[in-house]
Write a protein that binds this ligand. Structure first.
Ligand code: 2P0
Length: 318
């Protein structure tokens, strides 16, 4: 039996991944850009060669679909693998409003390959993690990360790469948790429904490469207003495709609109703050480090819980 432990961090997309050009391989319809978050993390230990398969998340044995997804991922690493134990721990609650699948599959890719005695490079790990959950491809690096759409049917060119390290730009992400309850439609299902039924989906796909190009330029120039515009437009374009799906994939709640309005009011008062949302009702706000506490204070009027997070999150294997 060999064992390895790895840590990876969640990421938040500024230019959004939504839709798949291949659902089996998790190949995205669009390229995306994210920041990896410091502070929150998933730590996963894999024992390769155990008495029986076992998947445990946050101290609880998981079975059914959730376990099957993890075990199928291990089969991709080695179809003839021995029984494996996966013990995974998140230091952030599900109610923190951050998706855990990105840090989970990035940590699993690192720990499982190390426990299996393999030494893939980070690009190959990104390709592997992507097959567990698309956004996990981006959690193989800390800081500012781009995930290429790629063109190849086998997906070997659809991996992430580091655009800039965490210390390139000292911004904060303020997360306003409007609701910590389980989302009505999961990301994978929501994406597929959107892609199949929204007449706006092709427009979202067509706009994405230019959004990404302008966002990369803004990161390189450390131009928050330019980045903020591309980020907000990507979010609204994505949510427009969701709302125009049938049945609609509508994640917004009353508190969501209140937070979005607050960010616009802050901007009108001269505070450089821009919002983004994912497949849920929570609002995340990108701003200068010095203004983060003031932004958080205003958002607390509408959100049950508000966290100020730093950019960081380099993964590691022990
Ligand atoms: C993102 N999201 O770019 C986008 C924006 C949510 C909205 O990636 O089906 O859990 O496992 O590839 O990565 C959430 O979807 O979906 C996501 P799968 P994933 O962060």
């Amino acid at each position: 039996m060999r064992s390895a432990t790895a840590t990876a961090h969640p990421n938040i997309a500024l230019i959004k991944y939504w839709g798949k050009r291949d659902a089996a391989l998790n190949l995205p319809a669009v390229p995306s850009l994210s920041i990896t978050l410091d502070g929150f993390r998933t730590e996963t230990t894999v024992r390769w060669g155990a008495p029986a398969d076992l998947v445990q998340i946050d101290g609880r044995r998981v079975e059914g679909k959730e376990a099957a997804r993890v075990l199928a991922f291990l089969d991709r690493i080695d179809p003839a693998r021995p029984p494996v134990e996966v013990l995974s721990q998140n230091n952030f609650p599900a109610a923190a409003g951050l998706a855990s699948s990105a840090s989970a599959f990035a940590a699993l890719a690192l720990a499982a390959t190390a426990a299996a005695g393999l030494q893939p490079d980070r690009q190959a790990l990104s390709v592997l993690a992507r097959q567990g959950s698309g956004s996990a491809a981006r959690s193989l690096w800390g800081g500012w990360v781009v995930w290429d759409r790629g063109e190849r049917p086998d997906g070997l060119d659809s991996h992430a790469w580091p655009l800039a390290p965490a210390d390139h730009w000292d911004l904060r992400l303020v997360v306003a948790v409007v609701s910590g309850s389980r989302k009505p439609v999961g990301s994978t299902e929501g994406m597929i429904r959107t892609q199949q039924t929204s007449p706006l989906f092709p427009a979202f796909v067509a706009a994405a490469p230019e959004r990404l190009r302008l966002a990369i330029q803004a990161v390189q120039d450390r131009d928050l207003a330019a980045l903020g515009e591309q980020m907000e437009r990507s979010t609204y374009e994505m949510h427009a495709t969701m709302i125009s799906a049938w049945p609609p994939v509508r994640y917004w709640q009353e508190g969501t609109v209140a937070c979005l309005r607050t960010v616009e009011e802050l901007r009108a008062q001269g505070v450089g703050a821009w919002s983004t949302m994912d497949a849920g009702p929570n609002v995340k706000v990108l701003c200068e480090a010095a203004q983060a506490e003031g932004v958080a204070e205003r958002l607390r009027e509408h959100a049950a819980r508000v966290e100020v997070l730093r950019i960081g999150g380099e993964p590691r294997v022990e």
